[in-house]
Design a protein around this ligand. Structure first.
Ligand code: FUB
Length: 323
């Protein structure tokens, strides 16, 4: 594991080469994207103790090819929302013996001091539709080491009622202890209960009915209301629905993040950390950025008096430091 401090007040000009682009390892600017030394995509947040961890994929595609090139996943941690520490790569395709490539979106959840990192990637043997599958790696620490203790995928193209593109896992552990695994793309969302051990399915795969859903489901809760945010259409906006339970029924509430310049995807996570709510997403704003070369961003997420999410105001400055 490699650790390096991403202090955005530093003036370092060290460069790392990814394909044909050379981007600064550390930036002289504060703000979005919050990681500038590499391309980072599909962020998902996790708060543990006094730290916010943001787990990301890693875009390494060059500027001319037309598909995602992704082999591994990282985490970035912060206590103050300004200084981020890089961890990783913490997990890669090679850590899953049953997989052959395409390290797509992921989500790490904590339960009873263990960390369960759900990932989507291409299965090497099972292909009925697009061949994507969802697996889980487990660790005693939010920064690993993570291990595929199951040794096989939880969801594949052969899972009854799975979708054509089994990507974008997100896990929510409800107040009663029941954990749910959500996923989906190309307009089809699914969920299935997880057993208490977090590594086995508990029952049948259920269909999620959410208006304008395209991909990237993510659940959070405020008060008694459950919020299901997701990418809509393609190229994607971020839209959301609310419901009285983790399984809906879902009432459509509208757009919270508009289309992104240069990024066709819009993949979000929502988290409360030290009294503030944050919208975690990617854009393509780094020099050399693009559809397959995305970057982690953080902005504030706010609610109105009725608990509805206000449209996200994307900034170049990111969010204020937490003292
Ligand atoms: O990064 C690859 C795929 O692009 C993700 O799985 C989707 O959510 C979209 O962001």
């Amino acid at each position: 594991m490699m650790n390096s401090l991403f202090s955005k007040t530093l003036l370092s000009v060290a460069c790392v080469s990814f394909g044909s682009v050379c981007v600064a390892e550390k930036s002289d600017r504060r703000g979005n994207p919050v990681v500038t030394g590499m391309f980072t995509a599909d962020p998902s947040p996790l708060v543990y103790e006094d730290t916010l961890y943001i787990y990301t994929g890693h875009d390494i595609q060059n500027e001319t090819e037309r598909f995602f090139k992704m082999h591994d996943w990282y985490a970035f941690s912060t206590q103050d929302m300004v200084n981020y520490e890089k961890h990783g790569p913490l997990l890669s395709v090679d850590d899953f013996a049953w997989a052959k490539g395409d390290a797509f979106a992921s989500h790490c959840a904590e339960r009873d001091g263990k960390f369960y990192w759900y990932v989507s990637l291409r299965h090497k043997d099972v292909r009925v539709n697009e061949g994507f599958a969802i697996g889980v790696a487990v660790s005693d620490s939010p920064t690993g080491p993570f291990k595929d203790v199951v040794g096989e995928a939880l969801i594949t193209d052969e899972t009854p009622n799975s979708v054509v593109l089994n990507i974008d896992p997100a896990v929510y552990v409800d107040d009663d202890g029941q954990a749910y695994l959500y996923w989906g793309s190309w307009g089809e969302a699914r969920y299935v209960k997880l057993k208490e051990n977090m590594i086995e399915l508990d029952g049948e795969v259920q269909t999620v009915e959410a208006h304008n859903f395209f991909e990237a489901p993510f659940i959070h809760k405020l008060g008694e209301t459950y919020y299901l945010t997701y990418a809509s259409h393609y190229p994607s906006t971020t839209e959301y629905s609310t419901g009285p339970s983790a399984t809906g029924p879902w009432t459509y509430r509208g757009v919270i993040n508009d289309l992104l310049p240069k990024s066709e995807t819009n993949h979000q996570g929502v988290v409360e950390f030290k009294g503030n709510w944050y919208f975690i997403y990617h854009n393509a704003a780094l020099p050399g950025g693009g559809v397959y070369r995305r970057s982690l961003c953080v902005d504030l997420l706010e609610y109105d008096e009725e608990g509805l999410i206000k449209k996200v105001v994307r900034t170049d400055t990111s969010v204020p430091a937490i003292e």
